[in-house]
Design a protein around this ligand. Structure first.
Ligand SMILES: [Zn+2]
Length: 98
């Protein structure tokens, strides 16, 4: 398993054999940076977590949307609906024009 890869901002990940002695890209001559393999997996892990959280928040908004058309008949029902709306708003965040 590789310990990491050289990264060129123009070419993406480049083979170590295409990196010059002064640590520039052999193709376009811009400086390259070393990306540690563990660093990349931490980034991939963070992206995965973000995607999972986005999916959960979307699910929350779908659940609230499912209550559309429900007319509360009692004060406790109205209270529960208001709480659900507040949770929905917290999940979707501020919308344009707010
Ligand atoms: Zn390059």
């Amino acid at each position: 398993m590789s310990n990491g890869d050289w990264y060129c901002k123009n070419c993406g990940y480049v083979d170590g054999r295409n990196v010059t002695f002064s640590e520039t890209c052999g193709t376009c001559r811009v400086p390259v940076v070393w990306h540690d393999a563990n660093e990349k997996s931490a980034l991939a892990e963070a992206n995965e977590t973000i995607a999972q959280l986005q999916a959960r928040l979307h699910e929350v908004s779908e659940i609230y949307t499912g209550s559309d058309g429900f007319i509360p008949a009692t004060a406790p029902e109205a209270y529960c609906l208001r709480i659900m709306y507040q949770m929905y708003r917290a999940a979707v965040g501020p919308q344009e024009g707010e």
